[in-house]
Design a protein around this ligand. Structure first.
Ligand SMILES: [Mn+2]
Length: 418
C-alpha cells in the first residue's frame, strides 16, 4: 500500500436497546436518557470519524437490537451515514444474529458511499484508488452454525484486505454464530479482521492478521461495565495497523463491593454507600453511571439489612442524592450477601453438626478442584436441564461465591439470627 489508511472499526451498536429492566423503576429522565444512549454513542462515532478525518467507518453486525428493528432506529442509522457521506467518508456494514436479513427492514434510501453486505460474501473497494478492499457478509437468518471464513480469500491486487464479519472466534463447539478460529482466520490472507459479536473489546492478534473485537458501543446490563467504544485504526505504508481505543458510551454500568465488617451503625452503612457512589461518578469521565452495589462480609449491620424494606430505603437514599445530577448516578440494585456476626472460629471448633459443616466448607474452599466438583454435582440437574442449560453455556459457576452464600444461609438458619 502506498498511502496510509485510517478507519474506525465499530460493532454491536444495538440501536434502540430498550433497557427493559430499568425502565420500570427509574424516573422518567433517566429512562429516557437510557433509551437515547445507544443513539448518542452512534452519533459520537460519526463525530469521531469526521474529527479524525478517517476514510471509512466499518460496522461489524448487530447494528440493531432486534430483527424487528424500529423505523426510528433505521432512520437515525441512515442519518449518521448521510453525515459521513457529506464529509466524503465511506461506510461498510454487515448484519449479525441480532439484526439478520430476514427481519423486518423498511425500504429506505442509503447514501451512495455506504456499502451493505448481503447474504453472500462480497468485496468492495475502500478509498478512491482502491488502496484497500473490504470483504463482508451478513447473516441471512439468526443462526449461522458453520464457519464462514473458508469462503473469504484475498486477491493479489486487493491492497490492504479487511474482513468484516460477525463471528465467534475460538469459543465453544456448540456456538450458533459463525464459529471460527484464529487459524481459519489467518488462512484467508486477510490483513485485518474487523469482527463483531463479543461485547467486551479484545485484540486477539495485533497484526498478520489483526483480529479485533471492538466490543459494543454502549453497555446494556450489569455485566457490561466500564467505558465502551470503537477502535481507530491507522495502517502505515508497511501495512502495519496501529489500533487505538476511543470510548463513545455516555452511560456506564459499574459494580462496586462494600464489606460491612467495620460498619457499626446504620449511619456508617449509609455514609459508606454514599462514598462509593460518589467515587463511581467521580471516576466516570463525565459519563452517567448505572450501578449495582454488593454488600459482603459479617457484621452488626447484617440484621438491619435483613429487615424488610432496608435495601429499598438505602437505594432510595443514594438515588435521591445523585439521580437528579447531570451526569447522573442511578443505583439499580443493592445485593445483600452479608452474614451474621458470629465467632466463626469458636463455632468451627465445636463438636456438633454446625462445627462439622463449617469444617467441611473450609476444606472445600481450600481446594479449588474439590470445590468445583462439589458445586458441579450440586448444579448438575440445572446445567443438563433441557431448557435451562442454554443459559449456562460457557459460564462456569462461581463456586467460591455460591459456597460462601450457602454458608451464610446455613448459619442464619441454624443460629436463628437471620
Ligand atoms: Mn451483539
Amino acid at each position: 500500500m502506498s498511502e496510509t489508511l485510517r478507519f474506525v472499526h465499530a460493532a454491536d451498536l444495538h440501536l434502540d436497546s430498550p433497557f427493559q429492566g430499568i425502565k420500570n423503576t427509574a424516573p422518567e429522565h433517566i429512562a429516557s436518557e437510557l433509551r437515547e444512549a445507544t443513539f448518542r454513542a452512534y452519533d459520537g462515532i460519526i463525530d469521531l470519524c469526521i474529527e479524525r478525518g478517517v476514510q471509512a467507518l466499518l460496522i461489524a453486525g448487530d447494528v440493531f437490537d432486534s430483527a424487528d428493528r424500529s423505523l426510528n432506529a433505521q432512520l437515525r442509522f441512515i442519518q449518521g451515514l448521510e453525515r459521513l457521506h457529506v464529509s466524503g467518508i465511506q461506510s461498510f456494514v454487515c448484519h449479525g444474529n441480532h439484526d439478520p436479513m430476514d427481519g423486518w427492514t423498511a425500504r429506505l434510501a442509503f447514501p451512495e458511499s455506504c456499502h451493505r453486505f448481503g447474504p453472500e460474501i462480497g468485496a468492495a473497494p475502500l478509498g478512491p484508488d482502491g488502496q484497500a478492499t473490504v470483504y463482508g457478509i451478513s447473516y441471512p437468518q439468526r443462526n449461522v452454525v458453520h464457519d464462514l471464513t473458508p469462503d473469504f480469500q484475498r486477491r493479489a491486487n486487493d491492497g490492504f484486505a479487511i474482513g468484516l464479519l460477525h463471528a465467534n472466534v475460538g469459543l465453544t463447539a456448540h456456538e450458533s454464530y459463525a464459529p471460527c478460529s484464529l487459524e481459519s482466520l489467518t488462512r484467508t490472507g486477510i490483513d485485518y479482521w474487523a469482527l463483531g459479536h463479543v461485547h467486551n473489546r479484545a485484540i486477539l492478534n495485533r497484526s498478520n492478521p489483526a483480529v479485533v473485537y471492538p466490543g459494543n458501543t454502549q453497555g446494556r446490563h450489569p455485566n457490561e461495565t466500564g467505558a465502551r467504544g470503537v477502535y481507530v485504526v491507522d495502517v502505515d505504508t508497511n501495512d502495519h495497523p496501529a489500533i487505538d481505543f476511543v470510548p463513545v458510551s455516555t452511560v456506564r454500568w459499574e459494580t462496586a463491593g462494600i464489606c460491612i465488617s467495620e460498619l457499626h451503625t446504620e449511619q456508617d452503612l449509609i455514609d459508606s454507600l454514599a462514598n462509593v457512589a460518589e467515587g463511581l461518578l467521580h471516576n466516570s469521565d463525565r459519563c452517567s453511571v448505572v450501578c449495582r452495589v454488593e454488600l459482603t462480609g459479617r457484621g452488626p449491620q447484617h440484621t438491619t439489612l435483613r429487615r424488610d424494606g432496608t435495601l429499598d430505603a438505602l437505594r432510595s437514599e443514594i438515588n435521591n442524592h445523585l439521580s437528579a445530577r447531570s451526569p447522573f448516578l442511578w443505583c439499580e440494585r443493592i445485593v445483600d450477601r452479608t452474614g451474621p456476626e458470629i465467632d466463626r472460629a469458636e463455632r468451627r471448633q465445636a463438636e456438633d453438626f454446625l462445627g462439622d459443616v463449617l469444617k467441611m466448607i473450609d476444606e472445600l474452599q481450600a481446594d479449588p478442584e474439590e470445590r468445583a466438583e462439589f458445586i458441579q454435582t450440586a448444579l448438575g440437574p440445572l446445567y443438563s436441564h433441557s431448557r435451562a442449560r442454554q443459559y449456562f453455556e460457557g459460564h462456569d459457576p462461581d463456586a467460591a461465591g455460591l459456597l460462601a452464600n450457602a454458608e451464610n444461609r446455613i448459619l442464619a438458619r441454624m443460629l436463628e439470627i437471620a
